[in-house]
Design a protein around this ligand. Structure first.
Ligand code: X2X
Length: 359
């Protein structure tokens, strides 16, 4: 069956519980346009009466995250540059379901585009995509971008292509991750013993916190706020910017700066959908998304300048840790040995080329 990108509407684009704000607006405009002289104006500007390709773009982050703000900015550009042939409609904030649901939809072609971390559920179908998320690997952004814009990124895109998905060249920045807690501050690996912490649905993540002695539970981001609120878990880990943007500060008290891993998101396109797109439209889509990702990286750097102050004002207590203590603990317990064996020597060497020795 052909992907639904040129079908009139997909049942999956109507999530059960949430309104389709973007879609409704667009349909109303088109419906109104059909009855008004304005429609003629659109045609004269060279835009097609109805886009031939209508892609849903979904993700787990709130609309106010810089990733979504930058995508929102390129949506009209893509429509315009494609002469009205390619329309991207946004479904942020888990509107189409949690990450596991969205990934299934992407694979079937019911969802055309999905912005997702390689360390997240994607790694349950292609384990190598989590390679860049090895704990305490990257020390700073110069290492991160050298790796992800270099050979490591190209390697990961190759892995993604093998499972019939297409990833654009530039990853979006999510940030270095920090641990939060509603109960007690986490200062040393000892404090993590038995600590109930949410991690994304990903073996590498669960393993990191198991090796630190914690009690990790895999939960999609869609359920994290309520899992913290109802104390199914006492803590979670995410970059400061996302703790602010997703309002996790409302249900957490302490933040420990551990920088235990860096994370970013790929823009993924269903492989069949991508291949069915004419080359000129592929170029328009890729160029706009890559440029938007570069702008988003700068946005996030700006957010990071004030985020600690803002979270402090909102009542969170910050704690400094010695990340070397955490790194030594996982090294001793065999975490690096295990994951080197899992990823294989060649992939591991590629990570070490940028991150330095991981033993
Ligand atoms: O699920 C998370 O914690 C998030 C939003 O950071 C990821 O996508 C990995």
């Amino acid at each position: 069956m052909a992907a639904d990108h040129d079908a009139p509407a997909s049942p999956l684009s109507s999530p059960p519980s949430r309104p389709r704000r973007e879609g409704i607006t667009r349909r109303r405009v088109l419906a109104a346009g059909a009855a008004l002289p304005l429609f003629g104006i659109i045609s004269r500007r060279g835009l097609a009466a109805r886009p031939k390709y209508r892609f849903k773009f979904a993700g787990n982050l709130p609309m106010t995250h810089p990733i979504n703000m930058r995508v929102k900015e390129i949506v009209p550009k893509i429509l315009e540059e494609s002469g009205g042939q390619l329309e991207v409609r946004m479904f942020p904030n888990n509107q189409l379901g949690g990450d596991s649901d969205m990934l299934s939809q992407l694979r079937s072609g019911a969802l055309e585009m999905f912005v997702l971390s390689g360390t997240n559920v994607l790694s349950t179908m292609a384990k190598q995509t989590a390679l860049y998320g090895v704990g305490f690997a990257f020390k700073d952004y110069s290492q991160v971008w050298a790796a992800l814009d270099g050979d490591l990124g190209a390697y990961l895109r190759g892995v993604i292509a093998k499972v019939n998905l297409h990833a654009f060249d530039k990853l979006w920045d999510i940030g270095f991750r920090q641990i939060t807690s509603s109960t007690k501050p986490i200062l040393t690996p000892e404090d993590l013993k038995g600590f109930k912490i949410r991690v994304p649905v990903s073996p590498l993540w669960g393993s990191l916190f198991q090796h630190l002695g914690a009690a990790p539970t895999s939960i999609n981001f869609a359920e994290v706020y309520s899992a913290l609120q109802t104390h199914i878990v006492d803590g979670q880990e995410n970059p400061l910017s996302l703790i602010l943007i997703a309002k996790l500060y409302e249900v957490q008290k302490h933040i420990s700066i551990t920088n235990h891993m860096w994370d970013g998101q790929f823009t993924l396109v269903n492989g069949r959908v991508w291949k069915s797109l004419p080359e000129n439209l592929q170029e328009i889509l890729a160029r706009n998304f890559n440029a938007a990702a570069m702008r988003e990286r700068e946005d996030l750097a700006k957010v990071n300048q004030n985020v600690e102050g803002e979270l402090t004002k909102l009542g969170l207590q910050f704690h400094r840790t010695d990340p070397e203590l955490f790194r030594a603990a996982i090294s001793k317990s065999g975490y690096y040995r295990k994951w080197k064996a899992t990823f294989g020597d060649e992939a591991w060497a590629m990570l070490e080329k940028y991150a330095g020795p991981l033993v």
